[in-house]
Design a protein around this ligand. Structure first.
Ligand code: SF4
Length: 308
């Protein structure tokens, strides 16, 4: 089985106590069965787990913090028992994986502020590297998909073109060119406000989006990294669902929305790298970590293309 990683992957470090949006706050964390068996041997752990429902999960505090997150933002399970005692979700986060017949593609999710800064700040064209243990080939369908996706990566990373030109070429290549001019940014913001909301900060930002031009040229590298990230993470499912056009349009729309949200966060000043990283984190948390929202947006994009 080949294991594929983006070239920035090994540089990731959790910033733990310095994290302003810790993944240990606001999320119910399910515990996998194997780790639960281990936790049963530790009274200090098991007493803070809700086992009344399946799967068992950590009993959050009143302010929605993981009960093991201490006042310094550090994990008491790691401090007292070691990293090898983390459950699977905590050990994995913020990684995601896409599975193919003979390869697993792993990446880092933008919902983590450390990952967002690493991805958006990566200066080079991202490559996708296979570890040395890989063997075996991809199926015919998958080979065709990887070839098409490779061409989309090449367009997204063509630094001879502006970001707007790259976006246009990507949409034409994927036969999704009718999707995005269909709505203005403010209309899209309104649409996003109708989706499931996980963090009220989202609507505060979305209501401040305007139709002014987005500063892609001043931040071409982060824009490129966003396009590549969304393609790498979300195009893979097109092998199963056939939504190649909608998923390509999703990558372009998401990049535009992150920039629009960063502009809203910045207010009247020019957007900074910090604004972009924060907008990417918020967008990812609200969209990529809600299956309902992901489905809604993909079907919306599919409909827009179909009824052009
Ligand atoms: S969100 Fe990222 S940086 Fe923050 S605590 Fe979680 S893994 Fe660490």
């Amino acid at each position: 089985m080949k294991q594929i990683f983006p070239s920035y992957y090994k540089n990731f470090r959790c910033i733990a106590g310095d994290c302003r949006h810790s993944c240990c706050i606001g999320w119910e964390i399910d515990i996998d069965a194997d780790t639960m068996e281990i936790y049963r041997n530790f009274p200090d752990i098991v007493q803070r787990i809700d086992t009344s429902a399946e799967p068992a999960h950590f009993r959050l505090t009143e302010d929605e913090r993981c009960p093991f997150l201490n006042g310094c933002g550090l994990c008491e399970i790691i401090l007292n028992h070691g990293e090898d005692h983390l459950c699977q979700i905590c050990d994995d986060h913020p990684r995601f994986r896409n599975f193919f017949g003979n390869r697993t593609e792993t990446g880092l999710g933008l919902c983590c502020e450390a990952a967002a800064k690493l991805i958006l700040g990566y200066p080079d064209k991202v490559t996708f590297d296979a570890d040395s243990t890989g063997c075996g080939g991809d199926s015919g369908n998958e080979r065709e998909f990887f070839a098409l996706r490779g061409q989309l990566f090449a367009i997204a990373q063509n630094r001879d073109l502006s970001i707007v030109e790259r976006m246009r070429e990507m949409l034409v290549f994927a036969d999704a060119d009718a999707v995005l001019p269909a709505r203005s940014l403010t209309e899209w913001a309104e649409y996003y406000m109708g989706l499931e909301c996980l963090d009220p900060a989202r609507d505060d930002v979305l209501t401040r989006i305007t139709d002014r031009e987005l500063p892609f040229d001043a931040h071409a590298v982060p824009a490129e990294q966003l396009l590549v990230y969304f393609l790498y993470r979300h195009l893979a499912s097109a092998v199963e669902d056939g939504m190649f056009a909608a998923r390509t349009a999703f990558a372009v729309l998401s990049t535009r929305m992150v920039f629009a949200m960063a502009s809203a966060i910045a207010g009247n000043g020019g957007i900074t790298f910090e604004d972009l990283a924060e907008a990417a984190r918020l967008y990812s948390s609200e969209v990529e970590y809600s299956e309902e929202n992901m489905d809604d947006i993909l079907w919306e994009l599919d409909d827009l293309q179909e009824f052009r």
